[in-house]
Write a protein that binds this ligand. Structure first.
Ligand code: SF4
Length: 114
């Protein structure tokens, strides 16, 4: 897939996102694998209100990239997940969650849950 225009965006698409139960488990596993130092550094970053709790402001990237939820992987590519920097990449179809919904990451699940 061609590259996405994410660099320098500072996580503008990384707001509260829906997660499934399985995705939540995957994220918990990923966080447990982090060193206490890395976890604390990520957890204590100052973020804009509404920015995802896992967004790494310092390094301008997702802090849990390999365990990010499916909606984050789908962003840019669907009609209901358009990126204003690359609207032409969106397909005609809408994205829908295919697994069992658990809640909203950053709202229903915060750092104290991981
Ligand atoms: S999990 Fe990662 S990609 Fe998804 S909203 Fe949070 S920081 Fe962004």
């Amino acid at each position: 897939m061609e590259s996405l225009p994410c660099q320098g965006c500072k996580g503008m698409c990384c707001g509260p996102v829906p997660v499934s139960e399985q995705e939540l488990k995957n994220i918990k596993k990923k966080i447990k694998m982090m060193s206490p130092k890395n976890r604390l550094e990520l957890e204590n970053q100052i973020r804009y209100y509404g920015t995802c709790i896992f967004y790494d402001q310092v390094n301008d990237k997702c802090g849990i990239h390999s365990a990010r939820p499916s909606i984050c992987r789908a962003f840019v590519l669907y009609k209901n997940l358009v990126c204003f920097r690359k609207p032409e990449a969106a397909a005609a179809a809408n994205w829908n969650m295919k697994e069992v919904y658990a809640g909203i990451l950053s709202k229903d699940f915060t750092w104290k849950d991981f």
